[in-house]
Design a protein around this ligand. Structure first.
Ligand code: ADP
Length: 366
């Protein structure tokens, strides 16, 4: 089911009593079967937008269409939506089976499937989330991750056209979150509904979404695939929000940027004071400088994180330390322990002080 959000705006409060503009007029087209992540810092309007799509909140202006159907003034109960919230919201006094069957049992008699059909649908859903053996348990007898799988199965029991999830995995630890993301992806592919989920976790949004909607201050900053967002951020906000960022500020003259004793060739950049940004993995480290880059740093902290090692780099010419991520092999080859002096060679640099964002790719030393 496609969703068309057109000119939706929302202000909370009454005139003269402190008003909050939660959403600027927003347009967004979601395709049938897409899994869309709404990503942004707290207060950026994600939940408000989700609640308006759900019909739990009234917009001040604009329209919402589910495919051809204008649902702007349709009651939440008639929108064919499934919900999953951060806190499981399961009925504690009901078994897992009854929780999943609840929506089906509550249908008016003429729409309600037979008990045999209900049983078969509930068991099929429980099998999909691998909880068929737990049908008779109560929520309190399940782990947080299992409870959220029940919540997913329950939300899907009525075959919703649209599934809305509000920070669904926010209360769970990292490993369980990871597992639940896989579940959601898997269910999505199997059952082909359209989903919109809210998160403030970049990794979650990038890993799970077909497209991510990055929001700030009630506005949409960019809508793109995770890959495009990461590689071609529309502006500085998106770039900074999507991961760790290192800064290099200096004076450019004759295509060379200088900053204290540091020097870097920046072909094509106009003269003047400029700021360049780069990601931790866009720094190549070596034991030598070269004609293009003289950026001496010393390693001030070493943190191994899974497949990579994160190095904190300091230098007199740097304001804030840089963060670099390297593979274990490079780490060992460079013997990059604390106090080691190395040279940084940017592999890519991003510039947002021009009219349009630019990416520079200096040829780096090997
Ligand atoms: P997010 O989900 O991105 O954290 P919200 O949509 O919850 O953002 O909030 C957007 C803005 O609207 C915030 O400034 C928030 O304080 C405000 N807001 C949200 N709900 C209400 C409400 N019921 N009454 C007044 N202000 C609200």
């Amino acid at each position: 089911m496609s969703i068309r959000i057109a000119n939706i705006a929302k202000t909370y409060g009454r005139p003269g009593r402190g008003r909050t503009r939660a959403l600027e007029p927003i347009d967004l087209d979601i395709h049938d079967g897409e899994l869309i992540g709404l990503l942004g810092p707290s207060g950026s309007g994600k939940t408000t937008l989700l609640r308006i799509v759900a019909g739990l909140e009234q917009a001040d202006s604009g329209t919402i269409h589910f495919a051809e159907r204008d649902v702007t003034n349709v009651h939440v109960r008639d929108r064919r939506i499934g919900f999953v919230f951060q806190h499981y919201a399961l009925f504690r006094h009901m078994s897992v089976y009854d929780n999943v069957a609840f929506g089906l049992n509550a249908l008016p008699r003429r729409e309600r499937p037979s008990s045999a059909e209900i049983r078969s649908r509930v068991m099929q859903l429980l099998e999909m989330v691998r909880l068929q053996a737990f049908a008779e348990r109560f929520p309190a007898q399940l782990s947080g991750g299992q409870q959220q799988r029940v919540a997913l199965a329950r939300a899907l029991a009525l075959k919703p056209d649209v599934l809305l999830l509000d920070e669904p995995f926010g209360a769970l630890d990292a490993k369980v979150r990871q597992e639940l993301r896989r579940w959601l992806r898997h269910l999505h592919e199997e059952l082909h509904f359209t989903s919109l989920f809210v998160t403030h976790d970049q990794e979650e949004a990038l890993e799970l979404s077909d497209r991510v909607v990055v929001m700030s201050d009630g506005r949409i900053e960019q809508v793109d695939t995770p890959d495009a967002l990461y590689r071609q951020p529309a502006n500085r906000f998106v770039f900074e929000f999507l991961g760790d960022v290192n800064r290099l500020e200096g004076d450019v003259r004759d295509e060379t940027l200088t900053c204290g004793e540091a020097r870097l060739a920046v072909p094509g950049m106009p003269d003047g004071r400029h700021e360049l940004l780069l990601r931790p993995h866009e720094i190549h480290l070596s034991e030598r400088d070269d004609a293009r880059a003289h950026l001496p740093v010393s390693v001030s902290a070493v943190v191994p994180v899974g497949a990579e090692v994160r190095l904190e780099l300091e230098a007199d010419w740097l304001g804030e330390p840089w963060l670099a991520s390297v593979g274990h092999e490079t780490f060992e080859r460079l013997d990059a322990k604390r106090g080691k002096r190395l040279f940084a060679h940017p592999v890519r640099l991003h510039r947002f002080d021009a009219e349009r964002p630019q990416t520079l790719s200096p040829v780096c030393a090997s």
